[in-house]
Design a binder for this molecule. Structure first.
Ligand code: ATP
Ligand code: MG
Length: 583
């Protein structure tokens, strides 16, 4: 490709609205441009990378025996009503109407469409197992689109769905997909881990996420220091800490906060030892209470109090699975709290609170602790559960933290940040049952199929790869993803016929060998400018051709990752590149 005929729009300045390095570099290297919040155009150089990721995924999915299909982005409401998700799916689902006033949505995922299809097309257990996949645009009206294509509203996903006559067959394909994903992420050149993930309402250890480790990752991953245990923090069990014992309990004391103590902010209790203080979170509980008010039924959610040690964080995923707690977890508003308890949330405490109180294991083991007194300006010290709040229920509702014992009993936990690039899931009969996807089994009887689903964030991978491969000068592409593997840079081509002839020859030979080459053929471009451009866009191999080196029969080779430059004789160049570029 000739740079003179290819759109390169690089920027020197760091864009002010880009927080993470991958977003900054994708904008600076001219890979993407924002249309509006969460919607991006892929420019030619960015699209070349996206297509490379896609090609690797396609090759490995085909190798696994999966068959490619392409489903519509626009999906009729009927199939979502059938699966029950028209109601369940929140505002991430963009619902639209056509000219006949019929309801549709833009597909955030395709379980409904594929289950409908397979239910109609597959009749016999003999046609199973079968896996279909597509690489297609998804739309999710994300609450907080951010980090460029890492969390956008429109993005490219590879989604696959497998269908089975038995759970054993599902487990087999799940393992095959786990291996296929491992092959894909290895080929892409990512530093990644597979971790146990949350299974939502389905339960069991039937889901794994694949995470690229990077400081900017939105997820926290817990690793054991002594075993191969690795799990998303969302689902990591916070192991019971050792209980302190003491026979001498303090007396319960109600203390008015002094003016020196009062601070502005949420925690208005005196800033005591966080490990000896608890915090309280008021959430909506279930079932709803139905009140009848002048012919009109009003449904009201009762409340529940979640209690944590002040230094711990609430785990939303674990909390919303507790029976009696509304899912998705919903915090009670300030107004509701004030109305029901007559004080500010910062002065609430579990003692004498007339709603269910659920404490985390660590909080439940405190003795002589401090909390709010359910009256503005007052707090309690010397609080003890057995004496002062005996009806407390104890559950696992906090995030595990660095140094906690590993749930498998081996070692302690280390916490790292991860970017989720893939997710595999044993769905069982969740969709096939509600959508009636059956086959005839060996006895000729109708049987519901078992399903698995397997997603990869194709566009997110591009950003994640940049998070792991960059330096002060820009992106450092691994060979497998580079938009061009080789940059060909002439020095003063407009003045030297010899440089021009040699460059044209190198260019056509390398293209003939199947390399992607960017020939920086613009007249009058200065060497320094061309070098910084190819460094910013991250091309891994660079050949500089100048009159002086040609006199010695050599060209200069620069590797983007390793700084030392070397001279390569013209006659050895093709062989050298064939040996040094991974394809
Ligand atoms: P997340 O927790 O990041 O929102 P998810 O659990 O909603 O992800 P899945 O439904 O499993 O994601 O989708 C499969 C893959 O699609 C994810 O592993 C991720 O790589 C990618 N993905 C999901 N949402 C987005 C998004 N808004 N932008 C870009 N990629 C996304
Ligand atoms: Mg999501």
């Amino acid at each position: 490709m000739r740079a003179s005929k290819f759109l390169i729009t690089t920027k020197k300045e760091i864009p002010s609205d880009a927080e993470v390095i991958s977003h900054q570099l994708m904008l600076r290297a001219g890979m993407i441009r924002k249309l509006t919040s969460g919607l991006y155009t892929w420019l030619p150089i960015g699209l070349r990378v996206l297509r490379k990721v896609e090609a690797i995924i396609r090759e490995e999915m085909d190798r696994s025996g999966a068959q490619e299909v392409l489903m519509p982005i626009t999906q009729p409401a009927e199939i979502w009503k059938k699966s029950g998700r028209w109601k369940e799916y929140g505002p991430e689902l963009l619902r639209i109407k056509d000219r006949h006033d019929r309801s549709f949505c833009l597909g955030p995922t395709h379980e409904e469409v594929i289950t409908d299809l397979v239910g109609h097309e597959i009749q016999s257990y003999k046609q199973l197992p079968v896996t279909f996949y597509q690489i297609q645009t998804k739309f999710r009206d994300e609450r907080r689109p951010r980090f460029g294509v890492m969390r956008s509203r429109e993005f490219l996903m590879k989604d696959a769905y497998s269908f089975h006559a038995s759970e054993e067959s599902l487990r087999h394909t799940y393992e095959l997909m786990h291996q296929t994903y491992t092959n894909i992420f290895k080929r892409i050149g990512l530093d990644f881990r597979s971790v146990i993930a949350d299974t939502g309402s389905i339960g069991g250890n039937h889901s794994h996420e694949f995470h690229v480790l990077a400081a900017s990752g939105e997820d926290a991953i817990a690793f054991s220091t002594k075993s191969d245990f690795a799990a998303n923090i969302e689902t990591t069990k916070a192991v019971n800490l050792e209980k302190k014992t003491s026979n001498n309990r303090q007396q319960l004391q109600k203390i008015e906060i002094s003016h020196q103590h009062s601070t502005v902010g949420t925690n208005k209790l005196p800033d005591t030892d966080k490990v000896q203080t608890i915090k309280i979170i008021i959430v909506l509980a279930e079932p709803d209470i139905i009140l009848s008010n002048d012919d009109q039924a009003i449904s009201i959610n009762p409340l529940a109090a979640l209690i944590l040690r002040d230094d711990h964080e609430l785990n939303t995923v674990k909390s919303q699975k507790i029976s009696g707690i509304k899912s998705p977890l919903t915090l009670a508003s300030q107004e509701i709290i004030k109305k029901q308890f007559g004080c500010d949330i910062s002065f609430l405490g579990p003692v004498g609170l007339n709603i269910p109180v659920i404490a985390d294991h660590a909080a439940s083991q405190l003795i002589d602790f401090t909390c709010g007194a359910n009256k503005d300006g007052f707090y309690l010290t010397g609080v003890n559960w057995e004496r002062d709040c005996p009806d407390v229920r104890v559950e696992d509702i906090r995030n595990a933290v660095q140094g906690d014992p590993s749930p498998d009993g081996r070692g302690v936990l280390d916490i790292k940040r991860g970017i989720e690039v893939g997710h595999i899931f044993q769905l069982g009969a969740k969709y096939s049952k509600t959508m009636n996807a059956t086959v005839l089994n060996e006895e000729g009887k109708e049987q519901t199929m078992f399903m698995g689903c397997y997603g990869i964030g194709v566009s997110r991978i591009v950003a994640a790869a940049i998070e792991q491969n960059n330096d002060a000068s820009g992106i450092v592409w691994p060979d497998a993803l580079a938009p061009f593997q080789i940059a060909l840079i002439p020095i003063n081509m407009q003045k030297s016929e010899q440089v021009k002839i040699v460059c044209e020859k190198i260019h056509s030979e390398l293209v003939g060998l199947g390399f992607d080459v960017l020939f920086m053929d613009q007249d009058k471009s200065r060497l320094g400018v061309m070098l910084s451009t190819v460094e910013l866009i991250g091309l891994p191999h660079c050949i500089v051709v100048g009159e002086r080196s040609l006199e010695q029969g050599v060209v200069e080779y620069r590797n983007r990752r390793y700084s030392e430059n070397q001279n390569i004789s013209l006659t050895d160049l093709n062989q050298f590149l064939l040996q040094n570029i991974k394809r």
